[in-house]
Design a protein around this ligand. Structure first.
Ligand SMILES: *[C@@H]1O[C@H](CO)[C@@H](O)[C@H](O)[C@H]1NC(C)=O
Ligand SMILES: *[C@@H]1O[C@H](CO)[C@@H](O)[C@H](O)[C@H]1NC(C)=O
Ligand SMILES: *[C@@H]1O[C@H](CO)[C@@H](O)[C@H](O)[C@H]1NC(C)=O
Ligand SMILES: *[C@@H]1O[C@H](CO)[C@@H](O)[C@H](O)[C@H]1NC(C)=O
Length: 164
């Protein structure tokens, strides 16, 4: 069958229009806060030990436990958390030192911690090597406990991308 050129052109334009008219939209999953190109949110389905919480974040969009390395990020990204719960963040004393020097942000090549918001008497000594946050007097303070203890996971992950 002979297809006139004008129809070929028209169909081409139609397809081309659809391709160029679609655009990429990025957004965070429901209940996550968008901050500085990442999405921050809790996994509220249950408490877990630190390593399991890390894995839960990984299962949720390839995320990690959060790196709360500035005051602004900590205040902003924690907006959706339940203030009556405790959440693991991605901070751990990987060198087992008895001081705040041993704590590093584990998901970013073990970068040293600069901004901190330790609760009273923290970081505590000994085996309390994993850090969770707990809300008190208008701020989320940082506390340590043994890594096999329980808390909810507070994750950071990439945006989801959709074309429309
Ligand atoms: C991670 O840190 C190590 C030691 O400081 C360094 O050799 C390595 O290049 C770093 N890797 C990345 C991806 O930054
Ligand atoms: C850390 O403190 C505990 C007691 O709280 C002590 O037994 C241990 O030797 C200390 N470790 C280091 C590396 O100082
Ligand atoms: C965590 O491990 C320590 C020993 O390393 C053990 O004494 C403690 O009971 C454990 N806690 C939980 C909640 O399993
Ligand atoms: C999660 O951690 C991995 C490995 O440290 C890193 O490559 C990745 O960029 C991190 N992703 C997020 C969203 O933090």
């Amino acid at each position: 069958m002979f297809i006139p050129f004008i129809w070929v052109f028209f169909i081409y334009r139609l397809l081309h229009y659809h391709v160029t008219a679609s655009h990429i939209v990025s957004f965070c999953p429901l209940n996550y806060i968008s901050y500085d190109n990442l999405c921050y949110g809790p996994i509220e389905s249950g408490q877990a030990k630190f390593s399991s919480a890390m894995f839960e974040c990984y299962q949720n969009g390839g995320g990690n436990l959060t790196e709360l390395d500035t005051l602004h990020k900590m205040v902003y990204a924690t907006q959706n958390l339940n203030i009556y719960r405790e959440y693991w963040i991605g901070l751990r004393d990987v060198f087992n030192r008895n001081s705040s020097e041993g704590f590093v942000w584990i998901q970013n090549n073990r970068t040293a911690v600069h901004f901190t918001n330790w609760g009273t008497l923290e970081p505590s000594d000994g085996d309390n090597d994993c850090v969770y946050i707990k809300h008190g007097s208008a701020s989320w303070f940082w506390y340590t406990r043994q890594c096999n203890g329980s808390a909810y996971a507070f994750c950071q992950r990439g945006d989801e991308y959709h074309t429309d």
